[in-house]
Write a protein that binds this ligand. Structure first.
Ligand SMILES: [Ca+2]
Length: 211
């Protein structure tokens, strides 16, 4: 009898897990990224992407991926950012936006991401007084750490190999905290999906100052 009761109680929890609802994150009122959920159609003015977003690839002579705002998979609302690889070779990064930050302040970054293979990656590039110039002297974010299951950090990059993810078939939360080093006044956030075939989706970008 008691085991039946336990089973009955656990069923709704299992149902929630299987739909991925438990992995969604609550929007933060202090989010510095204004269109991180990709739901504001009025922002989609640049190549179909939100204003301020741009793509970058190290294979300059041809396109190795397509980048769109898509509706087929999403963590919130109707839309997500979709990177679909055409070729295995090379990087494809999408710059979300450049944001002003305060030296010495701690920040928490998070987003939701899924991919059919390979790894989803986030770069957080430090910038100095010029928001358009990436610091190229090896400056790294201070105490850059992740709490994401299966996630690893290297330099200014957060990686989640799909095979190591808590939910390999669905969206996973990528989360990291860091402190802004002296001399850094801006960061640019990039979603990256590289050196693989397949498709990745990103949604619900957040960056907020924390205590
Ligand atoms: Ca969304």
């Amino acid at each position: 009898m008691s085991s039946l009761r336990v089973l009955a109680c656990s069923l709704p929890f299992v149902a929630l897990c299987s739909t991925g609802l438990l992995t969604a994150q609550e929007p933060s009122a202090n989010n510095l990224i204004s269109f991180g959920d990709f739901e504001d159609d009025t922002q989609f003015v640049q190549n179909g992407l939100p204003k301020g977003m741009d793509t970058w690839t190290d294979v300059q002579d041809r396109q190795t991926a397509t980048v769109t705002i898509a509706q087929d998979e999403k963590s919130s609302g109707n839309n997500s950012l979709k990177i679909e690889r055409i070729e295995k070779k090379g990087n494809m990064r999408v710059s979300i936006i450049t944001l002003e930050v305060q030296p010495g302040q701690k920040y928490r970054f998070s987003c939701m991401a899924k991919a059919t293979e390979g790894r989803v990656q986030i770069y957080i590039w430090p910038r100095g007084n010029n928001p358009k110039e990436i610091i190229k002297d090896g400056t790294e974010l201070t105490d850059f750490t992740t709490t994401t299951f299966g996630g690893v950090v290297a330099g200014n990059r957060l990686d989640l190999p799909v095979r190591d993810a808590e939910n390999p078939e669905g969206f996973n939360k990528l989360e990291a905290t860091f402190t802004v080093p002296d001399g850094v006044h801006y960061v640019s956030v990039q979603a990256c999906f590289s050196h693989t075939l397949g498709t990745a989706w990103y949604d619900d970008f957040q960056l907020e100052a924390v205590e």
